[in-house]
Ligand binder design. Structure first.
Ligand SMILES: Cc1ncc(COP(=O)(O)O)c(C=O)c1O
Length: 356
């Protein structure tokens, strides 16, 4: 069998499972999208775009090398300082993506004498980081602190707990206070992925904590970050292969993220979050995040519903395994501050009429 024949056989399996994926270009002028993670609409904010253009003019289009070789620019330092202040940590480190930040956190702190305890619904980048780490990995039931406690008691040695702060496919939040208490009792490091934590402002936790995030969602730019103690960041700089062996974050992305963070932490940012909060309450009262799942069950039902909404001028992606567990295929609705009250009202009406 040739490699191409083998590849075609694999593609047939993907189609037969109703899991075919294709990247389709979306024209925002002809469709209302509820798919983007640009929760505060900062990717198109004039100050964010102007900062990116200015950085290209000052520093060029690319960073030209990895950070440790010749890639560090003054805006990297400015961004890292701003992230550390925002997160209330001693230092922060920027990565080219949030995915790489999670790989770094898991591989550097998941040493061979460590057990990593990972929530079963953690993001794929955490799972891949666990796979690359030398640590033993134990998966605990979703947000189940008592299950986690019993698993931690059953294992010796140094321990690390890793969780999404807001889960990317369900939009629910981790039981942070209980997790932090447990980590304090067991001297465990808590690694918190704040990628989707747009409504939750960073709070101090009693345990040793490493915070991971992305610049590509609430901040509308591109890249990732880790914030923690000075020593932890220095170890990442010296050991994280996804930091050392890749070209530095591009100047435009760095400057855009810095401008977006300044807006995020200003009164304007608070107003954007207040509008987003009102939209969330319209669609699902008291839900803690702009990610609202509409679970349909099998792949076919999710794809059919997404197609019907598309005919009505609304784009919502159908999310299927392996992104979510089998039998929980869904529409993943992502609200953004750029949506209007009438747009969300239309979505609500269509969801109830099309699923009736
Ligand atoms: C929870 C979570 N962590 C990390 C990432 C990775 O971030 P990035 O898109 O910056 O690579 C994502 C993005 O999809 C995510 O949802």
């Amino acid at each position: 069998m040739t490699w191409n024949t083998w590849t075609n056989t694999q593609l047939e399996h993907v189609r037969a499972d109703n899991r075919w994926r294709e990247a389709l270009a979306i024209d925002p002028s002809s469709i209302v999208s509820f798919a983007s993670n640009d929760y505060l609409a900062l990717s198109t904010h004039p100050k964010v775009c102007a900062a990116a253009i200015d950085a290209i003019q000052r520093f060029g289009a690319g960073a030209t090398a990895s950070r440790l070789v010749a890639g560090t620019r003054s805006i990297h330092d400015e961004l890292e300082l701003a992230i550390a202040v925002w997160q209330g940590t001693q230092r922060a480190l920027a990565f080219s993506t949030g995915y790489q930040a999670n790989l770094a956190a898991m591989t550097v702190f998941g040493a061979s004498d460590v057990t990593i305890f990972s929530d079963e619904l953690n993001h794929a980048s955490i799972i891949d980081g666990c796979r690359l780490a030398n640590a033993r990995v134990v998966v605990y039931r979703h947000c189940d602190v008592e299950h986690l406690r019993s698993l931690m008691q059953a294992h010796d040695g140094r321990q690390l707990v890793v969780t999404d702060a807001v889960f990317s496919m369900d939009g629910d939040v981790a039981p942070l206070a209980a997790l932090a208490d447990l980590c304090t009792q067991r001297d465990a490091l808590l690694v918190l992925d704040e990628a989707h934590a747009v409504m939750q402002l960073p709070t101090a936790l009693p345990c040793e904590t490493l915070r991971v995030g992305t610049l590509s969602k609430s901040l509308g730019a591109h890249g990732g970050w880790i914030a923690g103690s000075r020593a932890m960041i220095e170890l990442l700089v010296n050991r994280a292969r996804s930091f050392i062996f890749t070209t530095a974050l591009a100047p435009a992305d760095t400057a855009a993220a810095l401008a977006a963070l300044r807006i995020y932490t200003s009164e304007e940012g608070a107003a954007l979050r207040a509008h987003l909060s009102a939209l969330i309450d319209m669609l699902k009262p008291a839900h803690p995040s702009p990610i609202i799942p509409f679970v349909l069950g099998n792949e076919h039902a999710a794809l059919a519903m997404a197609a019907r909404l598309h005919e009505q001028g609304i784009h919502i992606p159908a999310i299927r395994p392996p992104s979510v567990p089998i039998g929980t295929s869904r529409l993943r609705i992502a609200l953004s501050a750029q949506h209007s009250v009438p747009q969300v009202a239309t979505l609500k009406r269509l969801l109830s009429s099309l699923s009736a």
